[in-house]
Design a protein around this ligand. Structure first.
Ligand code: CA
Ligand code: CA
Ligand code: CA
Ligand code: CA
Length: 312
């Protein structure tokens, strides 16, 4: 019955409050469901009497998380082309500071503290503009800590105070204190619990891995998530594309270990690869499927090798 559809649509919907649905047929009973008074009818087979079952929760539309992905099954890095001229006075970092899914070129001048950004135009970096000042007392990391899609600037001073300058899309706002992260722990930023906000992750000399989750306006007090022995390097990358950044590292014999994030802790590490020590390793999504891969560079040959993540 059409009336069922209307009532189902209105079930629990405050916009339908106080409405009564009446069919053309004789009334037999009425029941209040949420905000809707359901008046059943004798229409349809079997006559009236029973109100419809509560409408099931609608299936949530699959949300497009982050930037669009495309998978390239095989490939290579094309020959390099000129994208910009960049003064040697400025450092070079890459982060999407204006939220258009293209990483931009971000530089910092150590003598003036001036931050310059060259926005990516897709095939070039645009003329740089000033985005603010950043004190040399603070380190510089770039990550989206408030989940608006725009990478922010984060730094820690020698006392452990962590400052954040949120990106407005055209400059970094004045920085504010988000945490005290001591100097006992290393400091990295990655979204380990999948809420879209990058969190603080660090390890002390005995291998204890601590996480301070971002609340969107501060980093919560840190808690222990794992033990990651110091014989392994430690980096954060989402190798299985579930939106949770994982621990990855290598020891001196080339054994690559992965500790997958379970959103509240890192699972025990397992071997994922062997990668000779002639290569330095970084982690980045080389084929666009959302899984971070190993990008290795051999300093004696100049060769760049990609080890694609095959995780399902
Ligand atoms: Ca961008
Ligand atoms: Ca942001
Ligand atoms: Ca997070
Ligand atoms: Ca993951």
């Amino acid at each position: 019955m059409q009336i069922d559809a209307i009532a189902n649509e209105c079930y629990g919907n405050p916009e339908c409050a106080d409405q009564v649905w009446i069919s053309n047929n004789a009334l037999s009973s009425s029941t209040v469901y949420g905000n809707v008074e359901w008046v059943s009818s004798s229409g349809g087979s079997g006559g009236g009497g029973s109100p419809p079952p509560p409408a099931p929760e609608p299936e949530p539309e699959p949300e497009l998380q982050g930037c669009p992905r495309q998978t390239i099954s095989s490939g290579y890095f094309a020959n390099s082309t000129g994208w910009s001229v960049w003064s040697g006075q400025y450092s070079r970092d890459f982060a999407d500071v204006n939220g258009d899914c293209r990483d931009d070129l971000v530089g910092w001048n150590s003598s003036t503290g001036d931050i310059q950004v060259g926005l990516s135009g897709g095939s070039y970096f645009g003329t740089s503009t000033g985005w603010g000042l950043w004190s040399g007392q603070y380190s510089r990391n770039f990550a989206d800590v408030n989940g608006d899609g725009k990478a922010d600037i984060i730094g820690r001073n020698s006392l452990g105070n962590v400052q954040v300058g949120l990106s407005t899309g055209s400059y970094f706002a004045n920085s504010t204190s988000w945490s005290s992260w001591g100097s006992v722990y290393s400091m990295a930023l990655a979204d380990v619990n999948g809420d879209g906000r990058a969190d603080l992750v660090g390890r002390d000399s005995s291998g204890n891995v601590q996480v301070g989750l971002s609340t969107g306006s501060s980093f919560a007090a840190s808690t222990s998530w794992s033990s990651w022995g110091s014989v392994y390097s430690m980096a954060l990358a989402d190798v299985n594309a579930d939106g949770l950044a994982d621990l990855v590292g290598r020891n001196s014999s080339g054994d690559v270990q992965v500790g997958l994030s379970a959103a509240t802790y890192f699972r025990p590490s397992v071997g994922w690869s062997l990668w000779g020590s002639a290569y330095s390793l970084q982690f980045a999504d080389g084929n666009g499927d959302g899984r971070d891969d190993i990008v290795g560079w051999n300093s004696s040959t100049g060769g760049v090798q990609l080890g694609l993540s095959t995780s399902r």
